[in-house]
Design a protein around this ligand. Structure first.
Ligand code: ADP
Length: 194
């Protein structure tokens, strides 16, 4: 299996690139943010719980997030591989994912981290907020909190994969196609070793 963790701060372009990679490599795309938003829209109990955290730009508690993600993986027993987008966002989530995948006889192949300057992130998020209807993209205070949460709680997850020699930094500046080309080159180089 080819299991990719697509990593990077809010606004780095994970969702956009994950969509393109999913089509090219025939993977299943699991975005925890998208799954939470679908639950909010469907007014499920999970959605109600997640909403209060998400609107403020804070993380949904690990226990809830991990359980949900594992259930989504289990819904795709025939997948050739997964792209995890927005997960793991904490070290406990990374550990849980590792144990869970091991239990299935597989593992995370690589973490690809999109590297984008902070000013560019804020610009992209505010621009997305104009038409996405996402409450967490609408104001600069919440955006600043999300970037703070990323720096304080999420950035360390890169170390977890770095220690396993699975960390790859990808330049996330430039056009969507340029960045996609870089990701594909990294995956293709990696697949040769598989
Ligand atoms: P972005 O990466 O652009 O901030 P996402 O759509 O990935 O947006 O996530 C939106 C929100 O969903 C996060 O701010 C957080 O509240 C919640 N969320 C998503 N993934 C996780 C996760 N793995 N753990 C905890 N909360 C999460």
């Amino acid at each position: 299996m080819l299991n990719i963790v697509l990593f990077g701060p809010p606004g780095a372009g994970k969702g956009t690139q994950a969509e393109k990679l999913t089509n090219k490599y025939n993977l299943v795309h699991l975005s925890t943010g998208d799954i939470f938003r679908a639950n909010i829209k469907g007014e499920t109990d999970l959605g109600t719980l997640a909403k209060s955290y998400m609107d403020g730009g804070n993380l949904v508690p690990d226990e809830v997030t991990i359980k949900m993600l594992e259930a989504e993986v289990d819904k795709n027993p025939n997948a050739e591989g997964f792209i995890f987008d927005g997960f793991p966002r904490t070290t406990p989530q990374a550990k849980a994912l590792e144990d869970f995948m091991k239990g299935k006889g597989t593992t995370i192949s690589v973490m690809m981290a999109l590297d984008v300057a902070e000013q560019e992130l804020i610009k992209r998020l505010l621009s997305r907020g104009k038409d996405s209807g996402r409450a967490d993209d609408a104001n600069e205070e919440v955006i600043a909190n999300r970037i703070g949460v990323y720096n304080n709680q999420t950035a360390v997850v890169a170390d977890f994969y770095n220690k396993q020699n699975k960390f790859q930094k990808i330049d996330g500046m430039g056009s969507i196609d340029e960045i996609f080309g870089r990701l594909c080159a990294a995956i293709d180089a990696f697949k040769v070793q598989l």
